[in-house]
Each structure stands twice: as C-alpha cells, then as structure tokens.
Design a protein around this ligand. Structure first.
Ligand code: ADP
Ligand code: MG
Length: 354
C-alpha cells in the first residue's frame, strides 16, 4: 500500500483502535497488532468513592461475591447502555490499556460497534463516552455490519449479504447491500436467554436451583439444537428447592433441547420475518450465497443445520465467530476513507428506530 505523507504522519502520531462493546464480551483491536483485549463486559465499582476497581475477568469473578459497597455491573444490558458513567469508565480503561506501551501524540481514532436498532440517543451516548475517554475521532458502525466485514463479505457491492450475530444479550439479524443495512432486527433472545431457559427448566423439572454460570457451562458442554447419535450427559449441582440442601442430578442434551426450544424457535421465526420483507433481488442473492452466523451464541451445536433445514437457505458459520465484530472494526481502520459509507455518519438520520 502506498501511503501519502499525511497518512504516514497520522499513523506516527495517533493509534487506531476498534472496540466491540458486546453485552457479554468486550474486545479491543489495535491496528497493526490485532486483538489486544478480550474480556467479559463487567465493571466493578466502589460505590463509596465512585471509582472503578476492576474491569473484565477480575470484575466478573467479583459478581455475587462482593462486599456491600462494591458492585459489579454490566454496562451494556440487552444491547443498551445501562449506565453512561460506567460505560465511559470502561472505555477509558480500554483505551488506556490498549495504548499502554504505545502512547502517541494525539487521541486515537476509534471505531465502535453498536447493536443494530440502537436509538440515536444511545449512539450519541457512545460517541460522547468514547470522546470523553480520550478518543481523537469516533466512528460508529452497526455490529452486524462490522461482523459482515470481519467475515469479509462484500458489503459495499450491489449484492445482498445476510448475517445473524447471536451474542449474550441480543441477536442482530441484518441484510446488507451497497454499504448499508437494508433490513435488520434486534431481539433479546441470545446466549443469556438460553442460560435462563436452562435454569427455569431445571427448577421446574428437577426442583433444583442452579446459578447462571452453571447453566452456561452445561449449555456449552452438552447443548445441541438437533439430536445427535449418542446422547450427551452432564451432572449438575444445585440447591434442592424442597430440602434446601445441595443435590446433584444428571441431565442430558434432550433436556437442554426441550429447555431452549421456544427461544430457538423464536430465532428461526425472526430470521424468517426478516427474509419475508427483504426485496426480491437481494433475497435471491442471499439464497445463492447463504446466511452467515457470528457471535458466541451461534456456537451452540447444530444451529446452522437446523436453520438451514427450517429456512431452506445455506447457512455458514463464521470462522472464529466470537471475534468477527472486532476483526471487522480492524478492517475498517485499515481504510477508514473507503469504509465511510458503512459508518453511521449522523445518528439523527437513522432510517429506523427501536
Ligand atoms: P456479545 O457480543 O453480546 O458480547 P458474544 O458474541 O461474546 O456476545 O457471545 C457470548 C455468548 O456466547 C454467551 O451467551 C456464551 O454463553 C455464548 N457461547 C460462547 N461459546 C459458546 C459455545 N461453545 N456454545 C454455546 N454458546 C456459547
Ligand atoms: Mg457481539
């Protein structure tokens, strides 16, 4: 690549950073280096002083175990910023950590991914938080667009692409063409909802109360949306709701399937609805090229096959689906000028609202 003098100077004097502010995981990409931070989206705050005491894994370990004045919070809940100040603290922490060894003269150019369907007020909050955290320039991209770019789909071409990004709190379903999101839906059924489904099911079927972390572990270990050849089993420890004492039970993949069936059906239905309103030319591109799955929630076994069966369109799993959005922000940073059209330029002109 031939860089003009101005571009060379800019690279010497400021860093470029991409942020995927997910409901479950926050990733930071530094141009020239790659992903440098990959941590749970949790911040621990000391309520007496108002200061952030820990971010990421350390903060997550504090969840449910903190003294009264330290609270562990998730700044992004259901794809929405739940606490502006905490989000700003989190972004400040991320920018400082990412630039630690490499502070430059000017604030970094930052590309931030936000869920599709986010309101313009929320986008402004992200912009302000990032700017207050020390960014020189802030660019906003919708997460499914960033995911599609991370998967290297031809988002700027006159051809339809479809991405389903299943995260922790939300699922983004988006149809993209000519640099824009043509159709999108954002729903609150994603990885965390499946964990809740498992908790409810085990409570009602086995009369045992289990925690969120346990539910997530079982989901990852034996969750499968289609029955396999051999049944999968896991033993689960929880509190017996009758005696109040600890008890252990064996559950199988078919229990998990039953527990999450409603949520999976809703995901399939939402995908179908998006396709139903997609313009015919774009739809035919998607039928030819297939649908791409991204996000950690998409890793549940058998999901691509099930969707393919239900929708009758090929479904592909993104390579390394947990990092698609972050890698997409990195690709945008490589050539911000040419990706201008895919960024949200002015939140007051958003075509749709939640
Ligand atoms: P977000 O973008 O909202 O931060 P992620 O894309 O990081 O979310 O995905 C987090 C979700 O992915 C969690 O709900 C987690 O339980 C789920 N997940 C991660 N790995 C797997 C797996 N192997 N099987 C099923 N779910 C998984
Ligand atoms: Mg995500």
């Amino acid at each position: 690549m031939i860089l003009n003098r101005f571009e060379k100077l800019r690279r010497l004097t400021s860093n470029d950073i991409g942020i995927d502010l997910g409901t479950a995981n926050t990733l930071v990409y530094v141009r020239g280096t790659g992903i440098v931070i990959n941590e749970p989206s949790v911040v621990a705050v000391n309520q007496k002083t108002g200061r952030v005491v820990a971010v990421g894994k350390t903060a997550k370990q504090m969840l449910g175990r903190t003294p009264a004045h330290i609270v562990a919070v998730r700044p992004i809940v259901d794809g929405v910023i739940s606490d502006f100040e905490v989000t700003e603290e989190m972004i400040t922490y991320l920018l400082n950590t990412a630039q630690q060894n490499n502070k430059k003269l000017f604030g970094p150019r930052v590309v931030v991914g936000v869920p599709s369907g986010i309101t313009n007020v929320e986008i402004r909050a992200v912009r302000d938080a990032t700017r207050n955290a020390g960014a020189g320039e802030v660019h906003i991209v919708e997460e499914p667009m960033a995911a599609a770019i991370g998967i290297r789909l031809p988002v700027k071409d006159p051809v339809g692409s479809m991405v389903i990004d299943i995260g922790g709190g939300t699922t983004d379903i988006a149809v993209i063409s000519l640099g824009g999101v043509v159709r999108a839906r954002n729903l609150r059924i994603a990885g965390d909802k499946l964990d809740d489904d498992i908790i409810s099911y085990i409570r009602s079927e086995f009369k045992i109360l289990i925690g969120e972390k346990t539910a997530e572990n079982i989901k990852i270990a034996i969750g499968a949306v289609l029955a396999g050849e051999a049944p999968l089993e896991a033993s689960v420890k929880g509190r017996d709701l009758v005696t109040g004492l600890p008890r252990e039970v064996i559950i199988t993949d078919s229990d998990i399937r039953e527990a999450i069936s409603q949520s999976i059906a809703s995901l399939v239905e939402a995908t179908r609805e998006v396709l139903e309103t997609t313009p015919p030319e774009v739809l035919s591109d998607i039928m030819n090229r297939g649908i791409y799955l991204a996000g950690g929630g998409a890793l549940i076994k058998g999901l691509a096959e099930l969707l393919e069966e239900e929708i009758k369109i090929p479904v592909h799993m993104a390579e390394d689906p947990l990092t698609s959005v972050a890698r997409g922000t990195g690709i945008i940073l490589e050539d911000l000028e040419s990706f201008k059209e895919v960024l949200i330029q002015n939140e007051d002109e958003l075509p749709y609202q939640k």
